[in-house]
Design a protein around this ligand. Sequence first.
Ligand code: PGA
Length: 251
Amino acid sequence: MRKKVIAANWKMNGTLEQANDLLDAFASATLNVNEEKIAVFAVPAPYLLLAKEKLVGNPFLKVAAQNCYSKKSGAYTGEISVEILKSIGIEFVVLGHSERREYFGESNSFLAEKVNISLEFGITPIFCCGEPLEIREAETQNAFVAKQLEESLFHLTAEGINKIIIAYEPIWAIGTGKTASNQQAQEMHASIRSVIAAKYGADIANEISILYGGSVKASSAVDLFAEPDVDGGLVGGASLIADEFIKIINA
Ligand code: PGA
């Protein structure tokens, strides 16, 4: 069975004091997490170790970096390597978020390199994909997302792709309050799974967790997560409000 994953993406938000308060709230909450259903917290890099420390009491609460560089180490001022992440016990990294693609020019081929080095170091990529509004309006979103997957992931072996978590985030739904309908999410997730099945076979496609992201709220989570191909969520804004995110984890 594929895992359910509820991931928080704090982005570039929160002071140390706020991070402490939020992490304390999650560490002390009663959360419906287990072997099959984990929660992952992608916090700003300066709080990675703090998050590890705070959440250590619950083995189903994991910590993720929001990004990494494509090289193992070296003269890349300001970047974070997977070697560094590994050395502090980080198990997940968000890659290819649309904000990274848009503001920092990250291409599908560059992301392929980041995927490779993450897997090499045993860190699980949460690989983001998703179309902008004009592609959705032109109704070419399935092909657009398929190309993102092909160019960043489809060089992997079956064993490699099996380790990836995919997050589908339509760009028009991120931070806009405009969620894709459950049906739109399900359709895209099924399309992603079929593209993976065509390349790697149905068994592997069925094992891969595909998360939905884009204005997920506690009020929308239950129905959304009930869709057969939606295996959880990548949550931005609502993950910064403890009560709201606790409800989403428990949805
Ligand atoms: P949002 O962000 O939930 O605030 O829309 C989601 C994301 O960008 O991961």
